[in-house]
Design a protein around this ligand. Sequence first.
Ligand code: FAD
Length: 529
Amino acid sequence: MKAQTAIIILVIAIIIGVGIRKYPSYLPSYVTNILEITRLKNRFSSTQTTFDYDLIIVGSGLAGLTSAFEANKLFNGQKKILVLEKMPKFGGNSAKATSGINMLDTPLQAKEGVKDSFDLFYKDTMKSGKNLSQPKLVSTVVNDSHYLFDFFTKEIGSDISKLGLLGGHSVPRTHRPTKATIGYHLVDTVHKKIKDIKSIKIIYNATVCELLTNEKKTKITGIKYYLNENSKNVLTLSTKGVILASGGFGHDFDSEDSLLKEFVPDKMKFPTTNGKQTQGIGVKIARKIGIGLTDMTQVQIHPTGFVNLNDRYQKNKILAPELLRGVGGILINQKGQRFCNELGTRDYVSQKIIENCEMAKSNTITQYESFMLINQKAIDVYGGKVDFYIQKGYLRKYENFKVFAEKMNISKYYDNLIQTLKEYNESADNKKDKFGKKVFPQKFDLNDYIYAGIITPSIHYCMGGVTMNSNAQLIKTDGKVMNGLFGAGEVTGGVHGGNRLGGNSLMECGVYGRRAARSAVEYINTFDS
Ligand SMILES: Cc1cc2nc3c(=O)[nH]c(=O)nc-3n(C[C@H](O)[C@H](O)[C@H](O)COP(=O)(O)OP(=O)(O)OC[C@H]3O[C@@H](n4cnc5c(N)ncnc54)[C@H](O)[C@@H]3O)c2cc1C
């Protein structure tokens, strides 16, 4: 009955062409979405002197959704916010995140007796970023990360109840939910908070293709976008402010103005863990209006793109969670040897794989392959949830190491493999090995069954992006702020320098998503005074 009423109202609204702005609250969101698009389509033929929206947010990943929530809160729901999302659903790459989100000095850390500090976290981040990261951006994100725990658990209602240690961190500070995966859980809970708020509209399948400024290029005046069903019909919206939260360019292989081709041509044949929407449009449109770019050549290669054993040379890889190594997974090459500290930083482990492992025999893809071995004890600590990887062909269970070696065509090096495992067990007893590993979560029983998969270094994250200051204002190539333009998340550069620490990206989305909202609200409120 409800659906019928909704359809009748929709038809009437379209027929009379009314630009309904305050939709009845009982209408489902897909109906108000269509009504809003209709209203906007109708509006473009008329002239308009007032602003269409107070704030437009480009992208609905964690950075975009967080900034929408925060801005609406600070506006007391009194201003019009529009989120434009190119895909049919919210989430972007944020929804893919599985390892966790870093936060400083949380109740969870206190409960588990973890002694963390601003200095330690700051140093870990700078060290991982090879001192390329901008100190002010890092100190801000580390400091503000402390407030994210209350923000997500109390204001948003997210479940953040587990703590883990990722590579490159001195202490456990990576938080995640008990049951769900972190990235989807965060975007889903933020989305649930905002989806019924009438002052926030989200339009899907809408690609922002241009940022508009005044003649002097000192301030933002609007945006252009198109609905994907008709990309030739470019629509214009005026606005007081824009938050760019459009993510990175880790899947920008094929576009004419490919950023990967321009900045890291040597990575063009690598696989990627990023979704196909990750094409850097935000970076490109900001660059066109004179916004500076920072660290664009810094593209992170993640060591553990998971190779699907049923479809080995797929360009798109899912990620083998870092935690699998955190709970005791080890890496070996085709000669049955370990070659690195599995808990080292991503760039270190990736480099070691490239130096020590064979490349797959395919002309279409640059795929250096390492075996990842993990035993049942480690899987139990992980949480026993590896069924998905087994069902989909990423992990296989072998009755012993001999069978594994045979199936993977490395029988010739079986003795090496056994020697490697014996040495590993000795290192575990001594709590150190020749690669500098000090934490050995599990030893291996040489007669037991074993799980194994293949992992390969894959494009994972763009440290570079548009130039931003610690108030999330975007900076032009002349060093001046572009008034009314803010950025948050992977679209921005400068936080992670030469290598991002695991868990620091979701943290950045939360911290700078909120900061961008605060700066935007402050700026937009000046229009009223
Ligand atoms: C497999 C995987 C696992 C990860 N795991 C972790 C982890 O555990 N912890 C961690 O901290 N980080 C992790 N990351 C990194 C992290 O998830 C992302 O870097 C981060 O979430 C990016 O968030 P964002 O909001 O900036 O961008 P995204 O989440 O990518 O969202 C950007 C959105 O903008 C939209 N968009 C793009 N261009 C336009 C346009 N022109 N118009 C309209 N919309 C547009 C996109 O469609 C997308 O929905 C992982 C990344 C991947 C790929």
